[in-house]
Design a binder for this molecule. Sequence first.
Ligand code: E4P
Length: 216
Amino acid sequence: MRLFVDTANVDEIREAASWGVVSGVTTNPSLMSKNAGRSFRDVITEIASIVDGPISAEVTSTDPEEMVREGTEIAAWHPNVVIKVPIIPNGLKAAKVLVGKGVRVNMTLCFSVNQALLAAAAGATFVSPFVGRLDDIGNKGMEVVADIVDVYERYGIPTQVIAASLRHPAHVVAAALAGSHIATIPYPVMMQMVKHPLTDNGLAAFMRDWEKFKQG
Ligand code: E4P
């Protein structure tokens, strides 16, 4: 399972990328809105200069022609840009046209297998089921991820599943066990993933023992 970072904060992206484990970035309009005073293009091109992998940038129109116009313009900013399009009827129309123009699409706000089937039929490269938001309303978000992965495998569908709206490290483990191709992870969750008290205690003991050994 590939690990993407789910943020539009370039400092977070720079730090996570410096670990050498990040192979893509996902943003959305809410995450992007935290970059007050900067242009959308500026932030996306800076992210693309940090991470060499798919960078998802979302359209903000709901009109199909405008979505295509926006998506075509954003995709031209950098070859690694992927256009995020919501799974609504107009989004499917726009996705089909964008795919026909050679633009890679990540269909977002996916909450069901049916929506994932439609995303795949539109030719999306990625689909993003939102796990945490389903959990929030009492559904089992990760079961949707597992079902999408199963259905895609059964029919040889090449669309890759990005487990999104992940809220804690256990979500990342569950996404991997569900067979998700990618997990997109908020920066604080990535920090939690690396931490383990036994690692910290073990390292402190190794350092102490090494100092004693060096002193003979
Ligand atoms: C990523 O593609 C999504 O936009 C993001 O994971 C949504 O997460 P949230 O439900 O925590 O806002």
